[in-house]
Design a binder for this molecule. Sequence first.
Ligand code: SF4
Length: 426
Amino acid sequence: MPAALPWPAPARASAHAGAAPTAAERAAAAWGAPLPSGWVPTPFREFVLKVASRCNLDCDYCYVYHLADQSWRAQPRFIADATVAATADRIAEHVRTHDLEFVNIRLHGGEPLLAGRERLRRIVGALRERLAPLTEVIVTVQTNGVLLGESMAAFLVEEDIGVGISLDGDRQANDLHRTYGDGRSSYDEVIAGIQMMQRPEFSSHFLGLLCTIQLAADPVRVWEALLGLDAGGVDFLLPHGTWELPPPGLAPGDGRTPYADWLIPLFDRWFDAPVRPLSVRTFESLLHLLLGGVGAHESFGLAPVALVVIESDGSYEQVDTMKAVGQGAAASGRTVFADPLDALFDVPAFVQRQLGLHGLAESCRGCEVVTTCGAGLFPHRYRSHGAYTNPTVYCADQYALIAHMQRRVEEALARRGTTLAAVRAG
Ligand code: SF4
């Protein structure tokens, strides 16, 4: 298991005698190799704000508490008002610098609803007060759902906060991992939370479900449970792991593709349905990329990733799923108190995630599905040799899923007298 950052902690920029280096110049210095001609960093537009560092569930696959990084122990339980104010100032500065038309702020944890209504009201109020005069502010929360009673749901709608809920399918699938600390099931409370958000007065702010794939669960039962909930949308997530610590059920190189085998029957049901019964972001994003679109999904495609995590102590971090890699792997060495967001373009991982093809392993750059796959989620690429310049540990699964989807799309297009190449060109 890697014990620390896979590269040395980034040095702070020293006082510069002449003109201040541009963000692109700083990024090139951080990357340590020439960048593509004309490349410029993409400003951050998505901010994952850790409002609470603890959770009321104890899901045993959680990347925050049960994988390699244990930094949550040193975090304040809740973000302080002063940290929120500094965060709002830093985002406002970034909006002005880059003339951003919108920002997405995702309230996250731990379990963010543990922060309680009054603290959340102060947090969202402070962010909107500072940012709304400058740009569109979209606020969402990702919750485990067990605290979604009527008063909380009403509060979230009143504050115009979109709500995503985590649920891994039917009771049996959900109870495999998503339990309380004493092993009790969370299923009934989560379903009650989903039903609360489905009430007519709240449903405008229900964004759908996040479902982590459990190989031990029957995919068709999971699918039918999700359909039965009539939740509008779902995103299937792959469990976190790396080449060093492979995800459950995966033995890279053994020729099996268990996660593709789990997803393909669901894709076929979804694709063959006369009317799409459920919006599945995973499939929609991959189809969009297959048809020649530019990705908006962090796990696929080659689009620059414009996401930054702000921890509850005010430190900037890479995507929090990097906690699956090792202690400190997500750390940037930068904080909202000391550094503008542009300072993150000095940090190699932030740069690499914006380099598209240029930032990938040679084997990925030559892969026929790379524009769709994009080498997968950044932490899943980690290997002690080559750090994040590797294919995803899910390489065989992603290839198999994408190849299957491509075949199905080509067959469907052929029935309409056209080809994938023609659609991509047109
Ligand atoms: S399928 Fe494998 S080789 Fe191809 S882009 Fe994805 S991770 Fe890289």
